[in-house]
Design a protein around this ligand. Structure first.
Ligand code: KIV
Length: 278
């Protein structure tokens, strides 16, 4: 049954129950009009902190603030009816302590109406995940390539290439699942690591540059729709070239304005029926 035909929002327990079943479809959304378009087709609308780069033109996600996430999370909530809305906790809003994470996650949930928060981290974040989950804040984890750690990596690099690195990421995933995360994003890892994580945790994995065997997949909407042309990672399939289409539409509009072909009488108010304008 399609998400839209159920007539209610997808819930966190429903997503958790999809392990090994029908793949979970996730896309990022940052605005109400975008959410309205995506909502009938997806299970989850992820308000990702990738909005720092995609919407605000930042170099990384590190400059994204809690207020930015709350404003965009609330907009996506208003623009959707069916998908489960999950909002990223931004850099430095949860790493300091479980209490800091609780305070900020609770604010995100109360002010956006989202069903869950997502946070990056492995073994070291497991106590925080447990603290939140025990206090009724559903948590989606995020392991593998964690964009908030870009400076620790020295760049956006595929993770898990060495034997020990791969093992550590699988341990991260197990720790987060053991702490109560209901699902987790697995990003930018070599395929065998994505596959092994999916086989070894009891909650759904959502892959991005991970493995087709993940329990679901996520892409940044602007990447798959051809709206973010800065660069296209290998793991993205472009389903449309909306950036090109928009460029052509804007060029046609500009030409019409310059040639006085727009606006026409039909776009004006109070024009006598047979009057010819300019
Ligand atoms: O911030 C984001 O959009 C994300 C997804 C790419 C998983 O974390």
């Amino acid at each position: 049954m399609s998400v839209a035909s159920k007539g209610q929002r997808v819930t966190v327990p429903e997503l958790r129950g999809r392990k090994g079943a029908e793949p979970i479809v996730v896309l990022t959304a940052y605005t109400a009009p975008q959410a309205r378009i995506l909502d009938p087709h997806v299970d989850v609308l992820l308000v990702g902190d990738s909005l720092g780069m995609v919407i605000y033109g930042l170099d990384s996600t590190l400059g994204v603030t809690l207020d930015m996430m709350i404003a965009h999370g609330a907009a996506v909530g208003r623009g959707s009816r069916h998908a489960c809305v999950i909002v990223d906790l931004p850099f430095a809003s949860y790493q300091e302590s479980p209490a800091q994470a609780y305070r900020n996650a609770a604010r995100v949930m109360a002010e956006t109406g989202c069903a869950a928060v997502k946070l990056e981290g492995g073994v070291e974040m497991a106590p925080t995940v447990e603290f939140l989950v025990k206090r009724s804040i559903p948590v989606m984890g995020h392991v593998g390539l964690m964009p908030q750690s870009v400076h620790a990596y020295g760049g956006f690099r595929v993770q898990g290439r060495g034997e020990a690195d791969g093992r550590a990421i699988v341990e991260d995933a197990r720790a987060i699942a053991g702490a109560g995360a209901f699902s987790m994003v697995v990003e930018g890892v070599i395929e065998p690591v994505g596959r092994e994580i999916t086989a070894s945790v009891a909650v759904p994995t959502i892959g991005i540059g991970a493995s087709p065997s993940c329990d679901g997949q996520v892409l940044v909407t602007e990447d798959m729709a051809g709206l973010f042309a800065e660069f296209t990672p290998r793991f993205v399939r472009r389903y449309a070239e909306l950036g090109e289409a928009l460029g052509e539409a804007v060029a046609a509009y500009a030409a019409d304005v310059r040639a006085r072909r727009f606006p026409g009488p039909e776009h004006c108010f109070g024009v006598p029926k047979r009057a010819k304008l300019a």
